[in-house]
Design a protein around this ligand. Sequence first.
Ligand code: ZN
Length: 135
Amino acid sequence: MKVINEPLSVKTHKRNEMIDITADVADIVAKSGIDIGMVTVFCPHTTAAVTINENTDPDVTHDILLTLEELIPHLRKGYRHNEGNSDAHVKSSLFGVSQTVYIQNGGLKLGTWQAIYFCEFDGPRHRNVHLSIFG
Ligand code: ZN
């Protein structure tokens, strides 16, 4: 088995944002030369996440962020963490910091409507993503 680790930088522009990184991940996978296997997309941050969802209709990510804002408000009575970003920590844990996607014929085996998103919950910032490609 071959394992290739590659970094990916993501620049975020808003406090809460979902950035489609599918093309970047697909490009790195294609360059890895691994035809069949899997790629893990891991975000080493406690106020960000990685998820998979629809990228055809931009209203979907809008509605996801709107729902998160309503369920997990930025400021809320009872938060103790003094950085003022408790909501971002909660969202990160709910979404999770990694996703695994299968690789077939050197490409990502995602569903028709699926895309990989880097989720920023305490931006704007420069963020890192670690890709581990196994094949
Ligand atoms: Zn914090």
